[in-house]
Design a protein. Structure first.
Length: 306
């Protein structure tokens, strides 16, 4: 081995790999250290370092899993406290997501510090990265602010049926950055909080009662009074239709091909759609028995012969 390293440092071979005298001297110094290396001490130190790294890794894993367990317990206690104090479901969901996000960040910082990484430098890097990402994802920050506005202003809550941004459905969850709604055909839609916080929102669940409107067209010459009485009798027989405010039937328009009747009745919010669809069908089936004729658009063409 000595003859091999001596051969390497000769002028015939070394200039091929080392371009100047300084690098040649360093290379020779490195070769000398390798030649006089205490292999037993080297492997002992290596084993010691590897053992310490494994110990730190095990401690970090224990901290991580214990921290996750503690986080779940805190979130569960938070849910129990919210439920005991009857806190709004929307605020529960938002607070739960926020606590989980903050706790995970803190837990990861502790784990990284346990592994021996300089957390101060990491925080500085993270802050710079957050600033850059925040500038690139300004919309995300706006969505977070929109979520806070929704919780403060409360235009809707979890469980409300709303219509916004061209979508209609029941609010299932208010997340940090979006509102989750479930449509009547069981589709899940995520609406960014910023857009929905600044949009027009139709909330169908805030009032206890809701008015049902029908439009019924009958032919000219039909007995309006008899048809009105039949419609009112049909609505009065339905226990879901409220007696006060009372149902009404008005002639709302004298159209080209029909006399238009507007029917209005009040029901509880939860009964709206069932009452609307069921009586639509009943009008179609039962009103002809009372003398109603449902017209359809038609055109009379008169031909004159000279």
């Amino acid at each position: 081995m000595n003859s091999f390293f001596s051969f390497l440092v000769q002028d015939e071979i070394l200039p091929t790999f080392v371009p100047d005298s300084v690098q040649k001297a360093k290379f020779a110094e490195t070769v000398d250290k390798i030649m006089h290396l205490d292999l037993e001490k080297f492997f002992t130190d290596l084993l010691s370092q590897a053992t310490w790294i494994l110990i730190k890794l095990a401690i970090a894993l224990v901290i991580y899993f214990v921290g996750r367990w503690v986080m779940r317990r805190i979130v569960r206690l938070l849910d129990l406290a919210f439920e005991k104090r009857k806190v709004d479901l929307s605020l529960r969901s938002f607070a739960r997501n926020t606590v989980q996000a903050v706790f995970i960040i803190v837990l990861l910082m502790i784990v990284v510090q346990t592994l021996g990484v300089n957390v101060t430098s990491l925080i500085a890097i993270f802050s710079a990265a957050t600033l850059a990402i925040g500038m690139a994802l300004s919309g995300t920050a706006q969505n977070f602010a929109g979520g806070i506005m929704i919780l403060v202003m409360k235009p809707y809550r979890v469980g409300d049926f709303i219509s916004a941004q061209g979508q209609s459905g029941t609010v299932r969850e208010i997340k940090l950055f979006s509102t989750v709604i479930t449509t009547t055909d069981n589709r899940t839609i995520y609406i960014p909080n910023n857009s929905i916080a600044t949009a027009i929102v139709d909330n169908y669940s805030t009032a206890e009662l809701r008015r049902v409107d029908w439009t019924v067209g009958i032919s000219y010459g039909d007995d309006v009074d008899a048809i009105r009485a039949a419609i009112l009798a049909q609505l009065a027989a339905d226990a879901r239709v409220l007696q006060e405010p009372a149902a009404v039937v008005w002639v709302s328009e004298l159209a080209d091909s029909a006399v238009t009747l507007t029917v209005r009745a009040w029901v509880k919010n939860a009964d709206y759609w069932n009452v609307f669809f069921e009586h639509n069908e009943k009008f179609y089936k039962q009103l002809p028995e009372k003398g109603a004729h449902f017209p359809f658009p038609q055109m009379d063409v008169h031909v004159k012969q000279d």
